[in-house]
Design a protein around this ligand. Structure first.
Ligand code: TV7
Ligand code: CA
Ligand code: ZN
Length: 397
């Protein structure tokens, strides 16, 4: 098959349980587990599983979830069903919108669906397993495309995220690693992870995102939000936010990414990195507003990998399923070192091949084609780089 040889001097593990594909947020909800089915189909059809250790991940236990989440919230998630939710919380039944209230963040974005707890514990189990493989030095790179649900808070669901698998994975890494760098290229701000590690200097959180307060979810993550302001708080300056406007293209994103991540790594010296690869930053995403191509998105993964630091890679958002699958398959090939040998023409024989018909069965369709104008000027980009440099200068010594 497509030239994916195993001996390469480092070990990549792929953590996945196909049972996540059986769960549905609702007919019109943008979060479609189908994107994971398509990703798996590409990874297997290209033969990339042969270059990785594949693990069928187990479900995380309630005790494991409670290492970050509140007990009452974990209990709630473990018992709530579409059938009993209105009985338990009659307040949720508020007429036409279905339920929209503030009970553990449940609402239209985060509905209670059948098998919700199994879904949450399964994607989280994969991230925890992946982190443990890195801690045990049994993997150099560990991948969980079903994880990356960065908005979940201690005691509530938010933005399609119920359990914060990233926070739980980082907590595992912190048992063996002194410093963890978190990088988030989802088009949305990684607010849940940022909040969880706001006051520590052992985790540096960097999120690139569309920022338009009050208009674009979740409305947090301005450039000036860099950690606690109190000079005695260890977390001061350990949060980096990169707020962007619509339409950013491959070239400016790549330039910005390198000029933020390189100094962050050189000053922070992480012993492990967690990379959230939300694919809603691609052009033509149903919810996103950037113009990145599959290669532009993947360039971030290549760049992070090039430092050779133990790496946990998770998925995240991504609402045009076929392009999510293209991006994560391409990024898998980068992580196993097979991106140069992979045929851009999709395999002739693969399940669900027809899903890729629209763009002509290629791994690299043109997604950057100016659907939106790039509203990020060179001056905007330079301002961000300057701000980050000054911020990082404040954490030395
Ligand atoms: C990581 N945008 C998650 C990103 C979470 C974004 C939002 C929707 C949306 C929800 C739906 C739906 C939708 C077409 C899009 C202020 C609101 C507006 C709910 C309708 N269609 C990630 C969360 C964001 C739900 N939420 O980072 C059911 O879009 O903007 C909001 C909040 C209130 C709630 N309403 C939307 O990528 C995984 N939601 C259709 C059906
Ligand atoms: Ca982000
Ligand atoms: Zn997102």
């Amino acid at each position: 098959q497509n030239g994916v040889a195993r001996p390469k001097g480092y070990t990549v593990s792929w953590h996945y349980n196909p049972s996540v594909e059986n769960h549905h947020f609702g007919q019109t909800h943008p979060m479609k587990p189908w994107r994971l089915t398509l990703t798996k189909s590409l990874v297997l059809s290209y033969g990339m599983h042969q270059a990785m250790d594949s693990y069928v991940s187990r479900a995380a236990t309630k005790e494991e979830l409670a290492e970050f989440h509140k007990d009452e919230y974990v209990d709630f998630l473990s018992v709530a069903t579409p059938q009993n939710i209105y009985e338990m919380y009659p307040e949720l039944a508020t007429g036409t919108l279905g339920y929209s209230s503030h009970i553990f963040g449940v609402g239209d974005d985060c509905p209670i669906f059948d098998g919700l707890f199994e879904f949450c514990s399964t994607y989280t189990g994969a991230s925890i397993d992946a982190a443990r493989k890195l801690c045990a030095k049994q993997s150099d790179i560990a991948i969980n495309w079903s994880g990356g649900l960065h908005h979940a808070k201690k005691g509530e669901a938010s933005g399609f995220c119920y359990v914060n698998d990233i926070v739980l994975a980082i907590l595992q890494l912190l048992r063996y690693h002194s410093r963890v760098l978190y990088i988030d290229i989802d088009v949305h701000h990684g607010d849940g992870v940022e909040q969880a590690f706001w006051s520590t200097d052992r985790v540096m959180c960097v999120s690139f995102h569309k920022y338009d307060k009050e208009v674009f979810f979740p409305g947090t993550g301005p450039l000036e939000s860099t950690g606690p302001i109190h000079p005695d708080n260890p977390g001061k300056n350990y949060t980096i936010n990169v707020p962007l406007n619509d339409g950013i293209d491959d070239e400016s994103y790549d330039y910005l990414f390198r000029n933020v991540i390189d100094p962050a790594i050189k000053i922070f010296h992480p012993t492990a990195i967690v990379l959230q690869c939300g694919a809603d930053s691609l052009g033509h995403d149903r919810l996103g507003c950037f113009n990145l191509n599959i290669r532009g998105h993947g360039a971030c993964v290549s760049f992070v990998k090039s430092y050779g630091i133990p790496l946990l890679v998770v998925g995240g958002g991504g609402y045009t399923p076929r392009n999510v699958a293209r991006a994560w398959a391409h990024e898998t090939s980068i992580l196993i070192g097979a991106d140069r040998t992979l045929d851009p023409a999709l395999p002739e024989h693969m399940p669900h091949r027809d899903a890729f018909r629209k763009e002509g069965f290629t791994l690299f369709p043109n997604l950057g084609g100016w659907r939106r104008e790039n509203l990020n000027s060179r001056a905007d980009i330079e301002k961000i780089i300057r701000h980050v440099r000054e911020q990082l200068a404040g954490i030395r010594g």
